[in-house]
Design a protein around this ligand. Sequence first.
Ligand SMILES: Nc1ncnc2c1ncn2[C@@H]1O[C@H](COP(=O)(O)OP(=O)(O)OP(=O)(O)O)[C@@H](O)[C@H]1O
Ligand SMILES: [Mg+2]
Length: 409
Amino acid sequence: MQDNSNENSIYSLKKKPTVFKDENTLSLIYVPSSLPGREEELKKLINLFKNIFSEDVSPLRLITISGPTGSGKTVLAKRFGQQLENQYKLRDFLFIYINCRVYKSPFLIMSTLVRRLDKTILLRGYSSKELIHLLVRLLELHKLKILLVIDEIDYLISRRGIDLVYSLLKINKMTKNQWISYIFIERNLKFIEHFNNKTKKKFLSNHISLNHYSKNELRDIINSRAEIAIRSYCFSSEIAEVIADLTSKSGKASFAIEILWGAGRCADYYNMSPIKPHHVREAKGLILAETEEEKLLAFTLHHNLILLGIIRELKRRDTDYIIDSEIFELYKSICEEFNVSSEYAETIWESVFELSNRDLITTKIEEDIETGGKERLISLFKPEIEELESLIIEIIERKKKFSINHETL
Ligand SMILES: Nc1ncnc2c1ncn2[C@@H]1O[C@H](COP(=O)(O)OP(=O)(O)OP(=O)(O)O)[C@@H](O)[C@H]1O
Ligand SMILES: [Mg+2]
């Protein structure tokens, strides 16, 4: 065997020192083994699945998890799935996670499921309905039990309707001894309004609602994540405290973890360890995932009025997109509502462009089916429309007050 210890030591000399022990564990898709602040919810899930493998208990579990962004919905479901997988390793059990933003159509979802059960099957020519029957046959053939997590379900329903969900829920009636249980995840439970009363009741009967994290919970999350991600001598509890302070208003674990990562990067950049509070503050300034409030405050009153116009129209029509030519009229009616004189159309178009650049709205060009011409469609970057609406109204009122005071000075 070749001895390359010399080579390794030269390499380690060249390597830049870093505060990170394992930077990957700060990625947003990493699933940690402990979830501070979500122990109760994890216990609830474990309880719901107790006895699921015994013959005399109905195996169908239909669980919904809701909560604002960064409240740990996805990580909770994934951690629970991993635990079940470890526990039932020898029992033909599969945990499958599907995010509807990634797998955007019923066909993609169904084909992904079938593929997880049998990688050799060629799926060309099947419809998503036929794939359901294929899935049932494979469940029977391989004698499998499945926990299926469908994340961001609203994304699928708003684009492709509810048929796939109904079909999935029927699977258990089509099999004798095998089963699929479900966890549906969405920021709010509005999606259940699309279903009949019987299904709605099922969705509501095992519902876990998550809230924003408190400052103490954020501090615990940061401490436990730093333990696996950062070298112990580069981190102190003071850093967790500062991060919790800076992020408690948003209540988002994702924001806190991103700041920890950014602070580590800053310390590395300046070749300094341990991480210091000023690295945290610098990271916060650099990280784009600032709180929604800060982002909106940085815009002018008129940007906020435009956004409110878009939100109101999306809500009124219950759609995801509006055409950009509608924006100016919507903006003018919001100006009237708030008694603010409107700006010229050209200025408003510039503002729309800025809102898109700063990821508050998204735009895409599509062909108008009726006229054959192209049109620009505008949507909100974040789907939490209710939260955003009340925040914007609050900010508009504040900005109006400020501009009135300013004029009278
Ligand atoms: N209790 C927790 N302990 C440790 N890490 C957590 C906890 N809650 C959330 N996180 C981490 O915070 C980040 C965001 O969590 P997650 O993706 O689960 O949020 P979410 O509620 O699904 O948000 P979204 O609505 O945007 O999808 C992830 O990196 C996750 O690992
Ligand atoms: Mg999520």
